[in-house]
Ligand binder design. Sequence first.
Ligand SMILES: [Mg+2]
Length: 129
Amino acid sequence: MDVFNFDFYQRLQKDYLEHKSLFVAFDYDNTIFDYHNHGINYDRIISLLRTCKSLGFTMILFTGNEGEKLETIKSDLKTRNIPFDLINENPLMPTRKPYYNILLDDRAGLKEAYNNLKKLTDAIRNKEI
Ligand SMILES: [Mg+2]
């Protein structure tokens, strides 16, 4: 099978059904925060992150920001009620590659990831799976 015919939604659904949870990683700049001030509205992403948390998923912020900037980001997440459980941590193993079932990142197929995760959370909430 060609890689582009692989059904990533089916894999995500399988991950969920096996563990009844997911590790959802998300980026900050230009994914939930308008870093370049382009007037982009990130509400749909943020709403999906809240839905994921309400379903008991583990939320992991992956960002290149550190130090004082990271503290500002934490405050921003709390102010905007954006859930996170871990920051720049691998939840399963002590390796440098981040682990997640799905990643929301403006540099990594954000639209496809959003659509797959939204489809899954809709199905869970509608008790279709
Ligand atoms: Mg980014």
